[in-house]
Design a protein around this ligand. Structure first.
Ligand code: NAD
Length: 502
């Protein structure tokens, strides 16, 4: 029976996980909060520098351990299949741990945990299908080919909003390729990742392949990024943190993948199916309380349907059921952090003073105790130069803007520092495809929104980061290419002239 349940961890210190063993950290501990009540529910370790060193050493040793290094690709795949089964069998428990930590609704966390299992299976199947290439280099009697090998130790730094799903975007392809991981969960959501560590062991991965050091970004996260024993960083989080990490990694000449924030445009054209479009806009901003990197927070509506769409958005917003995240009928739970509540309130006040028109929400709902709730909020008459339209809010706040024609719509949609996701609702396929070609965003959703797949590459442009998770692109990120050249001519060559092709 696992101790990694909400009941088992209440009031407890969470351990760290190094070289296949859970233990109490020697570092200080800080409170982990339940956003639904605003109360402390567990204690999280701020791992020490020595513990980070140990975790990295364990991962490096695992990379040299024949039980991992020489494991066949198919057998690596089998381990991932086993882990997928274990995750699937533990969806309820893992989802409840995530909800306890980040306050996102249980129904969503169940779906995302199920998606972790699907993702593990996808990369399990890929483990023995990763190939090099043979290259005709215009040199007779020479064989030139490539092999793909693991990068080494991956430092995975994870945010709080969907810890398991976001970690798995790195973990599944990295393990399929034979890497080892040192994971730092968000200081606000560590419990589910520790529960996963237990399943990784049960699946049969050798000790040291997967390590978890909890703690704060500025201490533990930074130590991982700078550690000479870590070969690559996989970071998902805010753009300002991404900048710090990119600069530290760049200084160490260490590659980093950055999945950062967004201010994604969500377009409603006058020829759209308005029922579906309004539903999509509501889902794009209020699902997960707007705490998703792809939140469609800037909604551009054609001027001819602007008033009607505002009316429909207001009506739909009034219907959103706010409540405890573990209640089956709740649609909007609390925000994950009290600081987020304050930040979101600051944006709401700022938008009012900048002249945006508040048409729904704007306050905090009553009757929900001390939970960190904010009403779903809609502002009309937003301009693209307002703070509300420029900065990532990461809360349930939608800004609605007007456009006259497609050129203006594309210009405004692209007028942002970010480039993560985008969406358009139209029944004109030509218009949709023209939008797709011109929009500066890593993901384009047409007549749908927030519809990712593990099989399809995801990642941002501009200040939303670089690198691709999911799909075949991900195994490229977690592997490196080695080029091999064999001369089978049996002859000596001119010692003083490079053997370039003629
Ligand atoms: P955050 O940047 O505050 O923290 C993310 C992680 O980085 C945490 O584990 C934190 O401890 C760590 N960290 C902080 N400072 C660090 C440092 N100096 N060195 C190393 N690590 C450090 O982000 P958050 O508040 O946890 O998450 C919300 C942000 O994540 C939003 O901006 C959101 O858009 C973004 N996000 C992006 C994606 C994506 O796929 N693009 C997905 C989810 C979330």
């Amino acid at each position: 029976m696992t101790r990694f349940t909400v009941g088992g961890l209440v009031g407890q210190r969470l351990p760290i996980f190094i070289n296949g063993t859970f233990r109490d950290s020697a570092g200080t501990h800080f409170a982990g909060f339940d956003p639904a009540t605003g109360e402390e529910w567990c204690q999280v370790a701020d791992s020490t520098a020595a513990e980070v060193d140990e975790a990295v050493a364990a991962a490096r040793a695992a990379m040299q351990n024949p039980a991992w290094r020489d494991l066949s690709q198919s057998d690596r795949g089998l381990l991932l299949y086993r882990l997928a089964d274990l995750v699937a069998a533990n969806v309820e428990n893992l989802a409840r741990l995530e909800t306890k930590d980040n306050g996102k609704i249980l129904r969503e966390m169940r779906a995302l945990t199920q998606a972790v299992s699907v993702g593990l299976r996808y990369f399990a199947g890929m483990a023995d299908k990763i190939e090099g290439t043979t290259i005709p280099v215009n040199k007779p009697d020479m064989l030139n080919f490539t092999v793909r090998e693991p990068v080494g130790v991956i430092g995975a730094i994870v945010p709080w909003n969907s810890p398991l799903l976001l970690l798995n975007r790195c973990m599944a392809p990295a393990l399929a390729m034979g890497n080892a991981l040192v994971v730092k969960p968000s200081e606000h959501a560590s419990a589910a990742i520790l529960a996963l560590a237990e399943l990784v062991t049960e699946a049969g991965f050798p000790a040291g392949v997967f390590n978890v050091v909890t703690g704060r970004g500025a201490s533990v996260g930074d130590a991982i990024v700078r550690h000479p024993g870590v070969n690559k960083i996989d970071f998902t989080g805010g753009t300002s943190t991404g900048r710090l990490i990119a600069s530290a990694a760049g200084n160490a000449l260490k590659p980093a993948m950055l999945e950062l924030g967004g201010k994604s445009p969500h377009i409603v054209c006058e020829d759209a199916d308005l029922d579906r479009a309004v539903n999509g806009v509501i889902s794009g901003i209020f699902a997960a309380g707007g705490q998703t990197c792809v939140a469609g927070s800037r909604c551009f509506v054609h001027e001819s349907i602007y008033d009607e769409v505002i009316d429909r958005l207001v009506a739909r917003t009034a219907e959103v059921r706010i409540g405890a995240p573990d209640a089956e009928d709740t649609q909007l739970g609390p925000l994950a952090l009290w600081s987020q509540v304050e930040k979101v309130q600051g944006f709401i006040e700022g938008a009012r003073s900048e002249g945006a028109r508040l048409v729904a929400g704007g306050g905090r709902p009553g009757g929900l105790g001390n939970g960190w709730y904010v009403e779903p909020t809609v502002f009309a008459d937003v301009r693209n130069d307002m703070r509300l339209a420029r900065e990532e809010i990461f809360g349930p706040v939608l800004g609605v803007l007007k456009f006259r024609d497609d050129d203006e719509m594309i210009r405004l949609a692209n007028d942002t520092a970010y480039g993560l996701a985008s969406g358009i609702w139209t029944n004109d396929i030509n218009r949709a495809l023209r939008f797709m070609r011109r929009i500066e965003a890593g993901m384009v959703w047409i007549n749908t929104y927030r519809s990712p797949s593990v099989m399809s590459p995801s990642g941002g442009f501009k200040e939303s980061g670089y690198g691709k998770h999911n799909g075949f692109a991900a195994v490229e990120e977690f592997s490196r290419i080695k080029t091999v050249v064999i001369d089978y001519s049996g002859k000596s060559q001119d010692a003083f002239v490079m053997r370039v092709a003629k």
